[in-house]
Design a protein around this ligand. Structure first.
Ligand SMILES: Nc1ncnc2c1ncn2[C@@H]1O[C@H](COP(=O)(O)OP(=O)(O)OP(=O)(O)O)[C@@H](O)[C@H]1O
Ligand SMILES: [Mg+2]
Length: 268
């Protein structure tokens, strides 16, 4: 099956400031990660807090440069400027094709902009900004698709519930019709019933729009519900990638077994 996205040996470290008594420490947040994401599928990414999931996600969408390694999107290297005739134009095209949905919708919605303005904004971007009337029409249609009525579109983000705000953030991510969306804990701050609605909305939109997802969560049940394949991260490394059913029924590594076991213990 054709891979839409592939990471090759991605690495990223962070160096702290250090103190008078202790030198600066370097954290290997992502350590030589190679993953493949087939077109139209969802790769779930799980692992304990601090294992490097968000750092990986930010490199994959083009927000954070890796120290080494690269991300191939439709075979083209996202971070290697020398491989492109016109890197600027390529990156502009990629901002349309690759989008991200965050845990906290406030990070993608500007408090002083109406939700209609926020959702329209991606359509103003080069290389092909749309005329005003089409932007408005596109944004209203996408808002309606996620369950926000046109008469609510003039409101500001704080006038909505958490679940509605996440719907708006999803509309903003999808309005430019991307091929690939990284969802980083998109429902972790919502209560269970709202969480289920948003997850099902993401699944329906995937079918309708042919989307490919990298779905990051520390919640194994959620990842199982959403994913075709699952990758397990531990301290910056991917220790296992397998089809979701295989991973949950026949985990290959001790770490995955421990993760599954700890979830079952919690559920008792
Ligand atoms: N901007 C940064 N500066 C310094 N250290 C960072 C930065 N971002 C992440 N880190 C460190 O990199 C490691 C991985 O962090 P990351 O946020 O990717 O983990 P995560 O798996 O997303 O965790 P969580 O499940 O809690 O969201 C952590 O040790 C974190 O402290
Ligand atoms: Mg994170």
């Amino acid at each position: 099956m054709e891979n839409l996205v592939e990471t090759t040996g991605l690495c990223r470290s962070f160096t702290g400031r250090g103190t008078l008594l202790r030198g600066a420490e370097t954290t290997r947040a992502v350590d030589n990660v190679s993953l493949t994401i087939p077109k139209g599928q969802t790769l779930g990414l799980v692992g304990e807090s601090g294992c490097g999931k968000s750092t990986l996600g930010r490199m994959v969408v083009g927000l954070l440069p890796p120290d080494s390694g690269d991300v191939l999107v439709m075979g083209k290297p996202l971070w290697n400027a020398a491989a492109h005739d016109n890197y600027r134009a390529f990156r502009q095209e990629m901002t349309r094709h690759i989008q991200m949905v965050f845990q906290d919708p406030y990070s993608s919605l500007t408090p002083r902009m109406t939700v209609l303005e926020s959702v329209q904004e991606p359509l103003t971007c080069a290389p092909a900004p749309l005329p005003k009337a089409q932007r408005r029409e596109g944004a209203l249609a996408m808002l309606e698709r996620v369950g926000i009525e046109p008469e609510q579109a003039k409101r500001f983000p704080h006038q909505f519930s958490g679940g509605q705000r996440q719907r708006i953030a999803i509309a903003r991510a999808l309005v430019s019709r991307p091929a690939f969306v990284v969802c980083d804990e998109p429902t972790s701050s919502l209560d269970a019933s709202v969480q289920a609605q948003i997850l099902n909305l993401l699944l329906d939109l995937q079918d309708e729009l042919g989307l490919t997802y990298l779905f990051i969560s520390h919640d194994l049940a959620v990842v199982r519900h959403m994913s075709d394949q699952v990758a397990v991260m531990q301290r910056g490394k991917v220790v296992e990638q397998a089809p979701a059913n295989t991973l949950f029924t026949a985990p290959q590594t001790e770490y995955t077994r421990l993760l599954l076991h700890s979830i079952m213990e919690l559920g008792k």
